[in-house]
Structure formats: structure tokens, C-alpha cells
Design a protein around this ligand. Sequence first.
Ligand SMILES: [Mn+2]
Length: 299
Amino acid sequence: MISAVDALTKTKYDIIGDVHGHLELLTGLLSLLGYQDKDGCFYHPEGRKAVFLGDLINRGPDSPGVLRLVQEMHNKGEAFVCIGNHEFRILQEVVNSGSLENRELLPFLNWIQSWPLFLEFPGFRAVHAAWHFSSIKALSGVSLTSDYFIRSSLENGSVTQRSIQNILYGIRVHLPKEQEMKDRFGIARKKGRIKWWQDPVGKSFSEYLLSPMYPAPSHLFPEAKEVEGVEPYQKPELPVFFGHYCLPPEIPKVNGQTVCLDGCVTCDKKLWAYSWKGESSPTSSNLIYFPRNPIPTEN
Ligand SMILES: [Mn+2]
């Protein structure tokens, strides 16, 4: 007899990176993964489930369409979803201003408030930007339906604000001041996002930044006090999947126990996923992207 726990641990998952309103790419990726559309809901004939890492909305052409599709899968138990910084920002906007500028997202607000900040499965973890242990601990058990909680995330310097920034925006350090640096969107940044799973000791900017900056950073080092809160993520921790970093194709997505699935749908028009089959060490051979052609340069 198979117990409920066995059934749960035997479930396989397809973890999907930031969709950002690209409905056509999402349906294409789901089809490539073997999901089938039945009466408006995608499901996998082998019982696989989809896991979304947040940032379903903004930038792309059809955020409401993406939310509708994922909501349908979520309602039927075919998908799980955790919140990204883009969805968290609209919850802050509603609490702060009492309204939402993007009115087409209004019908989804209550549902978005029900999303968790992170997900824990029997064999892996999922979060939008970084699994930072003390931030996860500080945020465990909170509900996004609480106005009080959302307000505390808007208080500068509060533990809630810091914890939310760590897990939804990533761990960031001030960049060297000598030269202005821009991200892939051409936006000048004062801070860069680091490889939070690595020990910062002895790492220069060029070794330690995850999202690329232009021009490439110098061989200077981040200030020690900026990286003292880093909590490296290594074996024997479970594999952890995240999105958020808009990685160009040449940057590896699988690093030790961590897998970044944001291959940048906005810049490169590619949506990435990882088919998890129960392995305790992630492998790049389980990565998949849509569309498959033209084939990008890959590691
Ligand atoms: Mn993001």
C-alpha cells in the first residue's frame, strides 16, 4: 500500500521561472513539458505538478492571461505558486494607497494574497530570489492578507522589510562608486545582486555578483559589513529553486544545490524550467527552455 506521504514524495514537479506576462511562451513551455489543455486547465498525464516562482506579471503582453491560467491550475491542484517582488509590490501599493493603478490585476488580488512567501516540498525548496535562513525564519507563518504585515514591510529598516528584501529581491551589496554600472535593462544601479549561496570571504565583485553589470565590475571587494549577513547555502541542504536574476545564457543556472530559472524572458524571450524527478543534487541536464530554436549559446 502506498501511504499519502509516499505518494507526496513520489510526485514529480516542473519548476518554472519568471513568466512576466508572456502567456504564449508559458503555454508553449507547458506543452513542451507534456502538459495538456483540458477544458481550460493544463494538467500532466503522468501527474506531474507545476511550481511557479513568482513574477508572473508585468513587462510582458498579457499578465491577466498568465494569472488566469495559473489560477486555474492552482485551483485544481495542478500548480503551486510563491510570490515574487512584482506581486508583492502591488500588495504594498494597495495597502499604501488604497487603490491599484493597474486595474486589470484587481480581480486577482485576493488570490495573490493567499500565495506563500516561499514553498517547502519533501525534496526541495522554492523562493523568488534567495533562501536566506534567518529571513525565512522571521517570515514563517505570516499571511499576506494582513495589512499590518504589509505595512511593516514598508517601514524602513524593519526586520520585516529587510527579510522581504532578502528573499524577494536577493541579497545586494553596494557597487564600487568609481564607475556607473547598468543592469541588462540599461538601468543604472547602486547595488548588485550576489551569489548568496557562496561564502563571501575572498570574493571580488567580479566573482561574487550573480546578475551581470555593465561594464563588468572591477576586482575590488564588497565591504565586509555588507556581506556579514550572508548565509551560504550548501549540501546537505535540499535543492532550492528561484527566479529573479535575468540571467544571460552564458551564466550557469545550476550551482551546487541552487538553481536559478530566470533566463530572462524579457531580454531573451526564453522561458526556463527544471524537471525535478526526486534527485537530491540538481543537474543541468534537467533544465529545459522554450522556444527551443534558435538554439542559444549554452554552458
Ligand atoms: Mn523578480
